[in-house]
Write a protein that binds this ligand. Sequence first.
Ligand code: SF4
Ligand code: SF4
Ligand code: SF4
Length: 781
Amino acid sequence: MAPKPKEFKADFWKTKDFKISIGDIISKEGIESTDESSVVMGPTQKPNVTDLRSWDMKLLERYPPFYSPFCDMCCLCTYGKCDLLNKRGACGIDAETQQARTILLACCIGSAAHSGHARHLVEYLIEKKGDDFPIDLGMDIDIEAPIMRTLIGKKPKVLGDLKEALDYLEEQMVHLLSACHTGQEGNSKDFESKALHAGLMDNLGKEVGDIAQIVALDLPKGDPEAPLVELGVGTIDREKPVILCIGHNVAPGAGIMDYLEDQELEDDLEVCGICCAAIDITRYNHNAKIVGPISKQLKFIRSGVADVIVVDEQCIRTDVLEEAKKNNAVVIATTDKMCLGLPDKTNEDADKIVSELINNQIDGALILNPDKVGEVATKVAMKTSGERSKVQVLPDMDEVVEFAKKCTECEWCVRVCPNSLPMMDAVVAAGEGDISKMEELYKNDVCYSCGRCEQECPRDIPIISMMAKVGEKDLENQKYNVRAGRGPVQDVEVRRVGAPIVLGDIPGVIAFVGCTNYPDGGEEVAKMAEEFLERNYIVVTTGCGAMTLGEYRDEEGNTLYERYSGSFDAKGLVNMGSCVSNAHIPGVAIKIANIFAKKPLEGNFEEIADYILNRVGACGVAWGAYSQKAAAIATGVNRWGIPVVVGPQASKYRRLFLGRTDKEDSWRINDLRKHTEVAGEPAPEHLLYAAETIGEATVMTAKLCIRPNDTSKGRQLKLNHYIDLNKKYFGTLPHDIYKFVRVEKDIPITYKRDVMQILEENNWKPREIPQEPSLMDMKGD
Ligand code: SF4
Ligand code: SF4
Ligand code: SF4
């Protein structure tokens, strides 16, 4: 492929350090550069911890961190614990800096989880397919790794090339984690800059992981018509032996599917999954089924349907072994992240392991070879399934009532519930023979089975088992679907929609991601997605969020995936895949900058992020974010200039990035076309915003798609949705609408009179629309 023409600004070379790389020498071990010929490398190839600090400081100036500490204490070293309320700790740290340190720690943990996963995948797939296995995403995807190209400055051509990105990010992660040590960084904004770097490493690690598995396991390569796969507790055939995979690493699940295929046993067993492992297994083999998101975990394990539970990594209940023992299910651990104290049987004969497991000689097994996992899990499931079906694992309905009668109405279950759900009322009603309140909590995962209520109940009432039993009544209706994760957006799709997105004709790209820590169940998230789809936005999704969208049916019984196309286009609902596929969300924004605006990628992070922040109307929604991975993901996309709206529980992450509309100077912007700084607007207004209600989140998401680059036609469209939604949820026109009207032509026709009145009340004056809005090359840079 011939090199693409690069369009740097004319004075680019004057203001930045840059170097010209004349194509690295291709060697057996080495990596060749993006092209064999010359590549003009931008200023930040393989940026170190401080290399993008000036960009971070611009973001932090505009979007200052807002901290909401859990407590005023620090207990991290033996000088402590230290009370940081209006004073410093023994090491000299103050409360604000300590909060920022905690954020960095969370981002490091999350980023390491994704990158460790990616390292495992790459090593495993190289072992299977070889270093030289080509990275080929098909004819329609030329920019296969936009994040890697931007940060590493190279195009990966074979699996072995991905190792350079992993080596780089692992080095960065060591430095970042080391900054968390006592007596290192002493400034909150510098901690935040490091957290942004950790988030960026997270994005890179995910991209490496997903690309590796897409090419080596032949997962869909950006296919908008990837098939619909089955989702829901009710889709599992309970008469067959059932293997349940929980976690995020596709390798053991793929090993199981391969073994079933080799042995021609596909029709004899059910293989299903929870969390992203489920999504990725169905990308690999459409015969697998998805039980559902993380919220299904405890209830489904308790239901006893699974004969064998295969766990890999991330977001798995750490008491899975104890829970499995309660119903004689066998646990197989498969990665170094989660060994559960089990004997390492990786090198033992498969039949011997099977024998030890079914004769209860061992509690479970650690097997680090995915192919052997496939054989052992299948044989154990087939041998134990018949016996286990005689074990009554859940209480029957009479027992549910008897358990409920033990309730003393102490209200502990309500007090400890993250959402203060009315579990006590539900239990009391069940004790009177009325299970309707429990059913209400079960539906749509309003109760997401974290199990805290059960842990605290002084009467040892098995609340989750009772919920699982209640849910069994409605199994027939718990059958849904989801489009198999398609992976990245195709370059041709970007060519088609790049202009309408940047000019504002497509009002925005909304990404529904994250977990199920929802304040009031998943249905409201699906309805929010439906709202944006109906309004011509592009909706992308990954992970548990993608499953939640699939669990909602309209009055005709169709899921969102049945109603909307899988194309990256207006009204398209694009399931990219699992958590690691999340990387394709900043990835498509980067592609827009490169394909549509011809911005060079290699070593050119800041210009790309600046372009996205000012011109690509994208916004993430992580309504149920709960993990450190979610913290890293959001922080990473924030650094690319993509804002994120999170749910109320996410305030527990302790930090938001909130813009201050009252500080007009913080919104000044450089018009690169005219080389002048002009008054700007709060667009996007925030980088990380926690909403309390779904209405607030919907309105804010529409607002956060506004960009300085919008044409008047595009701005009219965006303001029309913003006003419409504000009226729908709050009954009024938004009070700040005047801040987003640059010239009269920006005003939506249908609301012209009302908006004009608000403009007059606020002494509004027209202002210049910057032709090339940018935060780069500002005064003082
Ligand atoms: S790290 Fe600092 S603030 Fe924390 S316990 Fe140690 S001395 Fe106290
Ligand atoms: S399981 Fe968790 S979410 Fe459900 S009621 Fe209990 S504490 Fe609340
Ligand atoms: S904690 Fe247990 S006993 Fe107390 S109200 Fe809840 S269910 Fe009843």
